[in-house]
Design a binder for this molecule. Structure first.
Ligand code: B12
Ligand code: SF4
Length: 515
């Protein structure tokens, strides 16, 4: 079959700070290619809808698969599916990815016949069986593992046999130089591990993989890294280097091969402190930037998010990262109930720490525990606003005042990093990038004010809504009661976890987040 894999368009964040290659989709597309299908991939983060329509008109694929990791992309994908079905009525249209897995039935319903199937879970395993069913007996589609169709639902999705069996088809992307993260421009993405053994209440990374945690072997990582041409590399793992041994083994293999890249990763404060030597070693081989999900600066907030770490540990982690000379960005979650005073306290705190601070908004979304337990009623059900940059719960302050405070806080933080010293530094690095023809970082900085703008944020709330996210079940608390608890949210049943003793004590940890 001719199969087209599609990544949807950019979201707010992508326009300014970073744009990353769609690694998950490259992996799924490669699995289909290996099974003998002709494959193309289009990334609408860097191409537009006209390019998409031109491609389907010329190539006329039999199978079109959209990647839906982000809820905010749901309306765009549904509209594209409907437009495609109108011109290629015999094509098979499927949607997969993180958010699609948690909202599968709603996506089928919104599609009104245009979307033939949502494929839940890891795509590499399910896509082959699904494509076999499409090519052979379409009536058996609804029996494929992970499939949700209008006329039924298959058994739960399977995990792939081993992460080492996978390979992303990086050559499928036509504009590789468009991917960047901050000053790492261009940057490729790579995966060292999959899943997360923690269970924060606002996050769905762990529910998707049934709290499992699997590793890619160092040999396989190095092989992949050697095929990457870009000088910058973003490590997509939810929490990097949970296992010191694995982190060292990869680092040492990289050093032996004398691979020179600059790396960006995300991890937790307690992991950083537990595995100091790994991060020190990684600094020596090119680790330059790190993102730490601090989320709250008070114990109560951390408990509420079930972060299983305390404030003092997080502060100690920041100090350690500073001592290594790694540039750190941290995230703080703003609650819609914040008032002016709270924003002022946060601004003050942020000005005291040298790190780059990112502020997101507390957003319950399908697949998280908060989705089931949040008692406040959603004030909007527009998928496009579920991007943790907009308020979807009622704000204590009038909405314009809340956004004004938020934007002011973000602006203060942005200015903090663009003082004359860093501006000079960034200016000279930007100049070097421009001289190499890389404009992503500079363009992003120029778009800041236009993107993070009060009128724009408010007008996003007044757009006509074609598709509404279904309401959470009303028996949220019951769903979370023992013995089932959060396992009811899982897409993949719990399975392998490398060194299961790590965080084993929290396996069915109590909902109050005791450590
Ligand atoms: C890396 C990452 C990013 C990267 C972007 C990666 C990219 N190119 O898209 C960055 C840092 C840019 C990012 C940003 C954001 N992210 Co993010 N991100 C992740 C993270 C940690 C890993 C994703 C990843 O690359 N995994 C590795 C690859 C191999 O897996 P994958 O992409 O999931 O693909 C697999 C499956 O999903 C599936 N699949 C994927 N596509 C398809 C298609 C088909 C047809 C099929 C069958 C299967 C399939 O098969 C793939 C292979 O197994 C996830 C958490 C997680 N573990 O999933 C959060 C996550 C996806 N992000 C999240 C959020 C909220 C955001 C932001 C909105 C945050 C913000 N501050 O604005 C932004 C918006 C991004 C944007 N597009 O503008 C949420 C999603 C929430 C939601 N329900 O919408 C997640 C789940 C984290 C969480 N806390 O819960 N993110
Ligand atoms: S540690 Fe990070 S990835 Fe894991 S559950 Fe918490 S927020 Fe999600």
């Amino acid at each position: 079959m001719k199969a087209l894999f599609v990544h949807p368009g950019p979201l707010l964040y992508t326009k300014v700070f970073l744009r990353l290659e769609p690694l998950g989709l490259e992996l799924v597309a490669e699995a289909a290619r290996r099974a003998g299908h002709a494959v193309k991939l289009i990334d609408l983060q860097v191409e537009d809808h006209n390019d998409y329509h031109r491609l389907i008109a010329q190539w006329r694929p039999d199978f079109i698969a959209f990647s839906c990791n982000y809820l905010a992309n749901v309306p765009e994908i549904i509209d594209l599916a409907k437009e495609t079905k109108a011109v290629l009525p015999r094509s098979f249209i499927c949607v997969g990815g993180h958010s699609a897995s948690f909202t599968a039935r709603a996506i089928i319903d919104h599609g009104e016949g245009a979307i033939d199937c949502v494929l839940k879970g890891e795509g590499e395993a399910g896509i082959i069986t699904l494509m076999d069913a499409v090519a052979g007996d379409r009536a058996s589609v609804a029996k494929s593992p992970g499939a949700v169709a209008a006329d039924g639902e298959g058994p739960p999705p399977h995990f792939i046999h081993h992460l080492d069996d996978l390979r992303p088809d990086r050559d499928l992307l036509r504009h590789r130089r468009k991917y960047f993260i901050g000053i790492l421009d261009p940057a490729a993405s790579i995966e060292f591990s999959r899943g997360c053994p923690w269970d924060c209440s606002f996050c769905s990374a762990w529910t998707f993989y049934g709290r499992s945690y699997r590793l890619v072997s160092p040999e396989r990582v190095v092989e992949d890294l050697m095929s990457i041409r870009e000088p910058g590399v973003f490590i997509v793992d939810d929490v990097a280097f949970i296992h010191a041994k694995h982190g060292f083994a990869i680092g040492e293999a990289i050093a032996r091969k004398d691979i020179r890249k600059k790396y960006y990763l995300e991890t937790r404060g307690d992991v950083l402190l537990r595995n100091k030597e790994v991060f020190r070693f990684w600094k020596s081989i090119g680790l330059e930037y790190m993102f730490l999900g601090i989320e709250a600066i008070d114990e109560e907030g951390l408990r509420k998010f079930r972060k299983r770490v305390c404030v003092s540990k997080n502060l100690e982690a920041l100090e350690f990262a500073r001592s290594l000379g790694i540039e750190v960005a941290i995230n703080i979650i703003a609650d819609p109930d914040w008032g002016e005073e709270r924003f002022a306290t946060i601004r003050e705190w942020c000005m005291e720490v040298p790190e780059i601070v990112n502020i997101s908004i507390n957003t319950p979304y399908p697949g998280t525990e908060s989705w089931l337990t949040e008692e406040r009623h959603l004030c909007t059900r527009d998928y496009r606003l579920f991007d943790i940059q907009h308020a979807v719960l009622p704000t204590e302050l009038p909405l314009p005042v809340f956004y004004r405070e938020l934007l002011e806080t973000q602006r203060v933080l942005f200015r903090k990093h663009f003082n004359w010293r860093s501006a000079l530094l960034a200016g000279s690095e930007a100049l070097q990038l421009l001289m190499r023809g890389q404009t992503n970082f500079v363009r992003g900085m120029m778009l800041y004010n236009k993107t993070y703008n009060l009128e724009k944020m408010l007008s996003d709330h007044t757009q006509p809504v074609s598709y509404e996210i279904p309401l959470p079940p009303t028996d949220g608390e019951t769903t979370l009661k023992p013995p089932a608890r959060a396992t009811n949210l899982y897409i993949h049943a719990p399975s392998e976890r490398a060194s299961r003793h790590i965080e084993n004590s929290t396996e069915f940890g109590d909902a109050r987040g005791r450590m």
